[in-house]
Design a protein around this ligand. Structure first.
Ligand code: BGC
Length: 768
């Protein structure tokens, strides 16, 4: 009896304890509840200040310390590239995080710092985790000890959307293993000006290619945004900063709504459709309205028209710039007001946000419901990413994921597929008959092959061109003449030394280009904020090429650069030209494999290479009248056209077939073509399909890429490649910017590049 009594008492105690537990564990902390219910519950418990804090981002404390240590007070004041918060110490930032008043951090580069900052957030009243954002543009390269893949322009040259997906997936895993949750990529801007230093971050000039690469990148990062291997993608920068009026980053864009909708919007819309849950606005003003206060862009187009459900983040100091640059706001408070009311959700980054936004709400200028809208979106992402359940990453396992053999292999393959062979008089592939090879140029033995948005990586994780050559051709003697890393400060003596050595070499390899590494922020010549008023080789590089080639020995030029360079003069002097872009950690190995024919190059240009700056704007998909009156004296042809790239084998295109010569407006047209490898090496060809609407009610480009396929062919092999031209590919915007398919003749063009002589053509007609 006594036993039964004790059991009943303990049962009652246990039941009471459960009820207490349910009372004390709030709904938002219950992982079994729906995300919507958790968000609503959490929101109802938050103070106004906590909500506004969720909308604010800060740079990490190590970043602040480095900036403070390396810059003078004057530099700190004027340098927009290095954050610091005058009068605000790292301890203040730690306290703010503990108070739950910081929603996100950026520029946190180690797992230790990420876990530490998160531990501060976990001490806050509601224990809302912070979300760490990072510029993982090509792998999580901005942080040390991660796999570094080619930058986007190289990836786009492979036309390999599966590879884009794979790289994004692997990057997501490496990021999560370091407690990083949000990448500021993909950049889905359509790059139309090579003076702009950021071309290497983009997938090039073609809206269709950019769109396809962007979609797969978003999908690869995000998965279904609910596992510990998923990260949040960010489509950026919205919009048109890639066609700045003078080529400089953040200068005004002045573009018609037609051009915006035809050229710049489709890749962003596709990113939204692919599920991207964050978007970043761009530095520039657009037609007189800064993007950061542009209600049309943020609210009307992105949210209402396209149904974007994620959150919008500002770019670096750009809300501040409404006041201190664009001068559309009279002070910072007004700038915050304008941006939030136009649709901004998160502020990158700084100390004044919390206080001033709070004042704006208390004064009744910004309704609290508007704040709730933003916070709801941010919290939704934090729940979906599982941050409440897994706020930390494991320091013991992170290095099992980062730089693992599978990821390294992908980086190598991506580099092999991204390197474009532009000229070859027959010298390539090299044989071992060239016993003594001179290797020189600023990029011959430098980590700069990693490209922009990469931290310095350990030597053992980077294969430079010189190292790659030695690996791939161990019996060759490579004589290296170092030209230093800095194109602006090359030494004439060193140039002459190389010229002298070239005389006794059997072959010369010059690895030229630009310098992109961020740790030398003010000295570099390529990458973000390194815009050019010409597109020539900087410094003594042309002289180096000329003098080395004057030896009469065969000379090969390799370019490491994120943007197209007008190297017309140099091309005339060399036997072969390779555009290697920023090929990443195994770039040197991949370049050497191509030089020695271990790999047959397959990449094609995702952007036109003009001859000179005067030809800009030079794009392949221009309007019919663009060259009605060609330039006098100089050429109106590009140096190399979009879609162009050589192989060590040859391909024949034959038998272009259409499923009919007439289709109705809602019908598909099937297109097929036979492609044969007619040369002596197995290879991969990128087959391109272009369309032209022959007569239309508004002017249309002379051709537009509408599909492509990577086809691997053994020597002698023929494959039939099939494409489907669906009605959306025939659609354009009429006089009223309404989508239409018009009756009449269309031309299908299929071939190996956008160049006329590389295309087979056939017409078909659209009838009512
Ligand atoms: C760039 C963004 C980047 C941000 C954070 C800005 O300067 O424009 O693309 O995501 O910095 O690093």
């Amino acid at each position: 009896m006594k036993k039964i009594f004790i059991s009943v008492v303990s049962l009652i105690l246990v039941m009471n304890a459960n009820v207490d537990a349910q009372k004390t564990v709030p709904l938002y902390q219950n992982p079994k509840a729906t995300v919507e219910a958790r968000v609503s519950d959490l929101l109802s418990r938050m103070t106004l200040d906590e909500k506004i804090g969720q909308m604010n981002q800060f740079v990490g404390i190590e970043h602040i310390k480095t900036a403070e240590a390396n810059l003078t007070a004057e530099q700190l004041k004027n340098n927009t590239a290095n954050a610091f918060y005058p009068g605000f110490s790292t301890t203040d930032l730690e306290n703010l995080t503990k108070e739950g008043l910081v929603g996100s951090f950026l520029h946190v580069l180690t797992i230790q710092e990420a876990n530490y900052l998160q531990s501060l957030a976990m001490q806050s009243r509601l224990k809302i985790p912070v979300i760490f954002g990072i510029d993982a543009i090509h792998g999580n390269a901005n942080a040390p000890d991660n796999t570094v893949y080619p930058t986007n322009i190289g990836l786009a040259s492979s036309f390999d959307t599966e590879m884009a997906y794979k790289i994004a997936r692997q990057t997501a895993k490496e990021m999560r293993s370091m407690n990083m949750h949000w990448t500021f990529n993909p950049n889905v801007e359509v790059a139309r000006d090579p003076r702009w230093g950021r071309v290497g971050e983009t997938f090039g000039e073609d809206p269709y290619l950019v769109t396809q690469m962007g979609i797969q990148t978003v999908k690869g990062y995000q998965g279904d945004l609910n596992s510990e291997n998923d990260v949040l993608a960010c489509i950026k920068h919205f919009v048109a900063g890639s066609e700045p009026i003078n080529g400089t980053n953040g200068s005004p864009a002045d573009l018609s709504e037609r051009t915006l909708r035809e050229v710049f919007f489709p890749s962003f819309k596709a990113g939204v459709d692919a599920g991207a849950m964050s978007a970043m606005m761009s530095h520039n003003e657009l037609n007189g309205i800064p993007c950061h206060s542009n209600e049309w862009l943020m609210t009307d187009v992105l949210r209402k028209e396209w149904g974007f459900k994620g959150f919008i983040v500002s770019d670096w100091m750009d809300i501040e710039h409404l006041y201190d640059l664009h001068a559309t706001a009279e002070n910072l408070k007004e700038a915050f007001y304008q941006s939030i009311m136009a649709g901004m959700d998160m502020h990158m980054h700084g100390i004044h946000w919390n206080e001033l936004v709070s004042e704006l709400v208390k004064e009744g200028r910004i309704p609290e419901s508007r704040i709730d809208e933003s916070v709801r979106k941010i919290l939704t992402i934090k729940f979906r990413l599982g941050l409440f359940e897994h706020p930390y990453a494991d320091e013991k396992t992170t290095m099992k994921i980062r730089l693992n053999p599978e990821h390294r292999q992908t980086a190598l393959e991506a580099a092999r597929n991204s390197i474009v062979l532009l000229k070859n008089d027959g010298i390539l592939p090299l044989t071992e008959k060239y016993k003594n090879v001179l290797v020189t140029g600023i990029n011959a033995n430098d980590m700069n092959i990693l490209g922009d948005w990469s931290a310095v990586q350990k030597d053992e994780n980077v294969i430079t061109v010189l190292e790659g050559l030695k690996m791939v051709s161990p019996n060759t003697h490579f004589e290296f003449v170092d030209q230093g890393w800095d194109p602006r400060n090359m030494s004439p003596e060193k140039v002459n030394e190389a010229a002298e050595k070239a005389k006794s070499a059997d072959l010369n390899i010059v690895v030229a280009g630009e310098y992109m590494m961020r740790f030398r922020w003010t000295e570099r010549t390529g990458g973000e904020d390194t815009d050019r008023s010409d597109i020539d080789l900087v410094g003594l590089q042309n002289e180096l090429i000329e003098k080395v080639a004057a030896s009469g020995k065969p000379t090969i030029l390799i370019l490491i650069t994120g943007r197209p360079l007008g190297v017309e003069k140099a091309v005339g002097k060399v036997n072969a030209l390779i555009q290697a872009w920023e090929p990443g950690m195994y770039g040197g190995e991949a370049i050497a494999e191509i030089l020695y024919g271990k790999i047959n190059p397959s990449a094609k240009l995702p952007i036109t290479i003009p001859r000179s700056v005067g030809q800009i704007q030079m794009i392949y998909n221009h309007k019919p009248s663009q060259y009605f009156h060609p330039y006098v004296v100089t050429s109106s042809e590009p140096l190399y056209p979009f879609g162009f790239g050589l192989s060590f084998t040859t391909y024949k295109y034959d038998n272009l077939q259409l499923s009919g010569s007439e289709i109705s407006k809602d019908e598909n047209l099937e297109v097929s073509v036979d492609v044969t490898n007619t040369g002596k090496m197995d290879g991969t060809e990128i087959v391109q399909l272009y369309l032209r609407d022959k007569f239309s009610s508004v002017t249309r480009p002379i051709k537009e890429l509408k599909d492509f396929a990577r086809v691997t062919l053994k020597t002698g092999e023929t494959k039939t490649v099939h494409f489907t031209v669906s009605p959306d590919k025939l659609t354009f915007l009429d006089k009223n910017l309404k989508p239409v398919v018009e009756n009449g003749e269309f031309i299908v063009m299929v071939g190996s590049s956008s160049r006329e002589e590389d295309l087979l053509k056939q017409s078909f007609y659209v009838k009512e």
